[in-house]
Design a protein around this ligand. Structure first.
Ligand code: FE
Length: 216
């Protein structure tokens, strides 16, 4: 974060705190409601709903095909509340194609699937650089891509939200849907990381393995 960005973040935090205090003073909100809201979105919804969608897409070709044609209806079928999703588009990583999501204008994000957005996702630096030099930004975030991999950057908006289906890690053929979901990280569904491998390692440069042994 640059100095200007941390100044801005600090001013926003002070303003948010003042607003929260005012709403509580006026009896419009209670502190408990604020805490519950934050806990719901960061702990209970979190990225695990998105992870469930990804794991299902890895093992169920029909589900995966339906996700690509009508993602909203398909995630609703497995109990995801599509209320805050707007239009959902699902993009799939595969050998030679890597997808990454941003919102260049502000911070549009599929909350319903991934919970609260990480602060870097909202930073002016990520929003401006990921579209200009995605490989450099991904590399700085620890994700090295093969030279011949095409990087597709998807710009979210108030109308469209994106979910990345990362490549299924190698060596996971025997895992259950639940065990697969546990490997799927928030960052892998934004497209800035790979999912974890079956032994808990973060699978940083496993392109060759994920390209050949995924069992798809
Ligand atoms: Fe936005």
């Amino acid at each position: 974060m640059t100095d200007a960005e941390s100044d801005l973040a600090e001013r926003q935090a002070i303003r948010a705190e003042a607003l929260e205090g005012l709403l509580i003073d006026k009896g419009i909100l209670t502190g408990t409601e604020v805490d519950n809201f934050i806990e719901t979105w960061s702990e209970r919804i979190g990225p695990m709903i998105g992870a469930k969608v990804v794991a299902r897409a890895w093992i169920d070709d029909d589900f995966r095909a339906r996700l690509l044609t009508d993602a909203n209806a398909t995630v609703a079928d497995i109990g995801v509340n599509p209320g805050r999703l707007e239009r959902l588009e699902v993009v799939v990583n595969e050998p030679g194609v890597h997808n990454v999501v941003c919102c260049t204008l502000c911070s549009c994000y599929p909350w319903t699937l991934l919970g609260l957005p990480p602060s870097w996702y909202k930073s002016p630096e990520y929003r401006s650089r990921i579209v200009r030099e995605p490989r450099v930004v991904l590399s700085e975030m620890g994700l090295e891509l093969e030279d011949d991999t095409t990087v597709q950057v998807w710009d979210s908006s108030s109308e469209v939200r994106y979910l990345v289906i990362p490549e299924r890690p190698a060596g996971t053929d025997e895992l259950s849907e639940e065990e697969l979901a546990a490997l799927v990280t928030r960052d892998s569904m934004i497209g800035v990381a790979r999912p974890n491998g079956p032994n808990g390692q973060s699978d940083p440069n496993d392109a060759a393995a994920t390209g050949s042994g995924s069992g798809r």
